[in-house]
Design a protein around this ligand. Structure first.
Ligand code: ZN
Length: 509
């Protein structure tokens, strides 16, 4: 998505001053240091809802004290969702230096007139806190006293900070050069405010008019309309605490399934080229042993599907894998799960090799699924099964052994990666589809080794096998809901006395 961006707005923030800006949901924004090393203090709100704002402490807890590409800026409770995701950082190379300093901290706070007055007896009002207050007041038409209540702890853009061996905070000169920028993707409609800190590069003094300071610039960038149309928005995190609060009130909420609860934690689109769980898988057209597949999404429409790659035709492990997978085909079909396999060999080679596959399986199988020929490696690259830099000169441009299990909404639910030297266990793949389908429909999660779990459990002082193959109720299912819907459930006694291991027999789910 970020390959095709157009600048649609630019806001220059003068030195020792602040400015507000707006970013529509699904757009990007960059904070740029156009002239040299200059620290910026950034505030973010959900536009039109100042009560929802960036929560630096939670962001620090979830990511790290310093943020970079891939990290997300979270909002305060009770909203608790990513407001923005960092999609590029030209200072990512800096990492952690010998002093333990990094760039772009969410340690919190900002320079402010109150601390100056308390610690230094100085009256200085071009601090970041004051600049952000004035910027917000001007943009929203608020009185400064009212706007000030909405100014919060910042993301310190371009600032180099760390903690010494005694855990004391320190700052040092920002390494930002003219042109450096940090880029964000707006997950919701955003209102931002940025202050060009009076500390300049924050190498020495803070809060005076003598330090060298430079302007900053915020560029707002629109993605290509086609890319934006495909983005369906990032779901809000299902707040577990809120569900618990409702539970205290005795409210019967609509129970979330395991898929709804856990997949809401992952975005539908990745911020880089990587395919991750929860992402909508790339669509593709392909030649297969069953003829043309014009669209993978159309082919599997509304169904579960497994995309199963193998390194190469006429190789021993692959020959057994395709045979053993064919033996499971009817089981998967019965679960409404389609199968397609793939390697970088052409379709003609697949067809010749299949005779061997069938013969080696005692001629007991019929390969009923299509095998995709990915000779140009386009699919293998899009799905991360092969490195995009793999050259044609390489002797064996092999895909890894990957299994992608995709749900009816085309989201990646599970991925397995095996090296060429280890064949996969087809029973495990069938088990994964069963477990995924169960949590897709029910408010449950499956324990380790399910369905061969909890074969021996002590209930009321007696050892029983009746909970063998049982599943866990999700933490979001309230006690009232559990009592009403799963009357036979068993809560395991653990030293913490926290009632989170709630087993339900599978026939009661
Ligand atoms: Zn400052």
């Amino acid at each position: 998505m970020r390959e095709r961006l157009d600048v649609v707005d630019s806001v220059v923030v003068p030195p020792r001053d602040g400015r507000a800006f707006e970013v529509p949901k699904g757009h990007f924004f960059r904070v740029v240091a156009p002239s040299g090393a200059q620290v910026g203090d950034l505030n973010l709100w959900r536009r039109g809802h100042l009560a929802e704002r960036f929560y630096s402490g939670k962001t620090r807890q979830l990511h790290a004290s310093h943020v970079t590409t891939g990290d997300r800026l979270w909002s305060n409770m009770p909203y608790m969702r990513p407001l923005a995701t960092i999609t590029h950082d030209t200072l990512a190379w800096y990492g952690v230096d010998d002093d333990g300093a990094s760039i772009h901290d969410v340690i919190g706070t900002r320079c402010d007139p109150y601390t100056n007055a308390v610690l230094r007896g100085v009256d200085y009002d071009n601090c970041c806190h004051s600049n952000l207050t004035r910027a917000l007041a001007a943009h929203e038409g608020l009185a400064p006293e009212e706007a000030e209540l909405h100014v919060h702890d910042v993301l310190n853009v371009f600032m180099a900070t760390g903690f010494d061996k005694d855990h004391r905070y320190f700052m040092k000169a920002s390494p930002a050069r003219a042109g450096d920028y940090i880029e964000f993707f707006a997950e919701v409609d955003l209102l931002g405010a940025l202050s060009a800190c009076p500390g300049g590069d924050c190498s020495a003094s803070h809060s005076d008019d003598a330090t060298a300071c430079y302007p900053l610039r915020v560029d707002v960038l629109a993605p290509h309309a086609d890319d934006l149309a495909r983005w369906t928005g990032s779901p809000a995190v299902q707040p577990v605490a809120l569900a618990k609060r409702q539970m205290c009130k005795g409210a019967m909420s609509e129970m979330k399934t395991g898929t709804e609860l856990y997949m809401s934690l992952y975005p539908e689109t990745s911020s880089d080229a990587s395919l991750r769980l929860g992402n909508v898988v790339p669509d593709f057209s392909a030649e297969t042993t069953h003829g043309d597949m014009p669209s993978f999404h159309e082919w599997k429409k509304g169904k579960w599907a497994i995309l199963f790659s193998h390194p190469a035709d006429f190789t021993p492990v692959c020959t057994t894998e395709i045979g053993r997978l064919a033996l499971k085909y009817d089981d998967l079909q019965a679960m409404d799960c389609l199968v397609a396999t793939l390697s970088v060999d052409p379709v003609k080679s697949h067809e010749e090799w299949l005779t061997d596959v069938v013969a080696h399986c005692e001629n007991k199988i019929e390969v009923k699924f299509p095998i995709i020929g990915d000779a140009d490696r386009a699919i293998s690259t899009a799905y991360g099964m092969i490195d995009p830099a793999t050259s044609d000169e390489q002797d064996l441009p092999l895909t890894i052994r990957a299994v992608f299990i995709v749900n009816p909404e085309n989201k990646l639910m599970l991925a397995l990666n095996y090296p060429a030297c280890v064949g996969r266990n087809m029973d495990e793949i069938v088990r994964c589809v069963e477990a995924l389908k169960l949590s897709y429909e029910k408010s449950i999660a499956t324990p380790a080794n399910w369905p061969n779990n909890h074969a021996e459990l002590v209930v009321d002082g007696k050892t029983t096998d009746e909970f063998k193959g049982s599943v866990f109720l999700l933490p979001t299912v309230s006690k009232e809901e559990a009592d009403a819907s799963y009357p036979g459930y068993h809560t395991c006694d653990v030293p913490s006395k926290i009632e989170y291991l709630r087993l339900v027999k599978q026939d009661q789910v």
